[in-house]
Design a protein around this ligand. Structure first.
Ligand code: UT7
Length: 323
């Protein structure tokens, strides 16, 4: 018998305000054709006043709890993957804990930028496998609209806001790849690439700062590292690419998503794609895609999934799980 971290609920929240590519044409030297052609993005959601990473995260968590038919006080731990917590501290996760009225357990943030949700899942899995928690809410939530330089056309057209949540529970499995739950994880980082993607503010500058990215340099690393980490996780899980029902990738760029699927030998029919509607929501993109893929009826109980992500750090990783 093996303990597995099994999905009990999923949910998401997207701010009401939708911004189409064409809206950027009024203030920037850009156009819908460039944004759509280079990234696959058509629109994104942006927060309004009063909405924050923690309010969106709590809304996504509530939806996941509702699906599971569970109360927040039945959850042992909350992990929020984010690079845009409301404040420097306390963590967004403790704010979510308060917002949900959860009086016990523990909560903390994970910061691995766009790979944050994959890191969050790996941490939740470790807590469950080691017996430190039975039920863990893993949330990816971001308000990247608040760290955009609106004069920088090479970045501000690419990102969006939102949140997604996955509720995991310890259940007994057989120890085979036929089990439901997380089957394998793979995490990587290489801090020597810090200048490719960073925010030029923080505690050391006394400012919040703006996102800076050498997009084409990140692009060069993306497909190779994503295919490699997904392959490692599949090997650890004892599954082949041909066993995979759904690839649920980080949604940064449709060309990266297509290139990675091709390298893995998987057709685009097996890839959950939301980048056209959400833009790049960093750590929120995978749980958003999981929740949307589930609501669309794409992801079903028993399906074998691989998720993969890369972002600032560079940090990257993959998780194989059976839904
Ligand atoms: O999620 C975290 C990880 N991040 C990523 O995965 C992002 C990875 N990178 C990318 O998705 C792509 O590199 C971008 C979408 C950011 C850019 O696509 P690209 O094909 O790599 O284009 P580029 O950066 O090489 O720029 C091509 C041209 C440049 O003009 P010149 O120098 O060729 O004259 C840019 O100035 O496109 C220009 N450009 C724009 N033109 C119109 C840059 N931004 C814009 C814009 N509208 N918004």
């Amino acid at each position: 018998m093996t303990v597995r971290a099994v999905v009990r609920g999923v949910g998401h929240y997207l701010p009401k305000r939708i911004v189409e590519n064409a809206e950027f044409e009024a203030t920037l030297d850009t156009n819908d054709e460039w944004i759509r052609g280079r990234s696959g993005i058509e629109r994104r959601h942006f927060v309004s006043e009063g909405e924050t990473t923690s309010t969106m995260a709590a809304a996504a968590a509530r939806a996941a709890l509702e699906m599971a038919g569970m109360d927040a006080n039945e959850v042992d731990a909350i992990i929020v993957a984010t690079s845009t917590a409301d404040l420097t501290f306390p963590s967004a996760a403790t704010m979510v804990q308060a917002e949900l009225g959860m009086k016990q357990g523990f909560a903390f943030d994970v910061q691995a930028v766009c790979a944050g949700f994959v890191y969050g899942l790996a941490n939740a899995n470790a807590l469950i496998l080691s017996g430190q928690a039975r039920r863990v809410m893993v949330i990816g939530a971001e308000t990247f609209s608040r760290i955009m330089d609106w004069t920088d056309r090479s970045t501000c057209v690419l990102f969006g806001d939102g949140a997604g949540a996955l509720l995991l529970e310890a259940q007994d499995g057989e120890g085979t790849s036929a089990d439901r739950g997380i089957l394998a994880t793979d995490l990587n980082s290489d801090g020597s690439y810090r200048d490719l993607l960073f925010v030029d503010g923080g505690v050391s500058t006394g400012t919040t700062g703006y996102l800076r990215m050498q997009g084409n340099q990140v692009f060069r690393h993306a497909v190779e590292k994503l295919a490699s980490t997904a392959t490692t996780a599949m090997t650890r899980a004892g599954v082949e690419a041909s066993d995979i029902d759904w690839v649920v990738p980080h949604q940064a760029n449709i060309r990266i998503i297509q290139g990675t699927a091709k390298k893995l030998g998987l057709p685009m029919e097996k890839v959950v794609v939301t980048v056209q509607d959400h833009g790049n929501t960093s750590a929120a993109s995978i749980p958003l895609a999981l929740s949307v893929g589930y609501s669309r009826g794409q992801i079903k109980t028993g399906d074998l999934l691989v998720t993969e992500a890369i972002g600032g750090g560079l940090a990257w990783g993959a998780v194989v799980l059976r839904w």
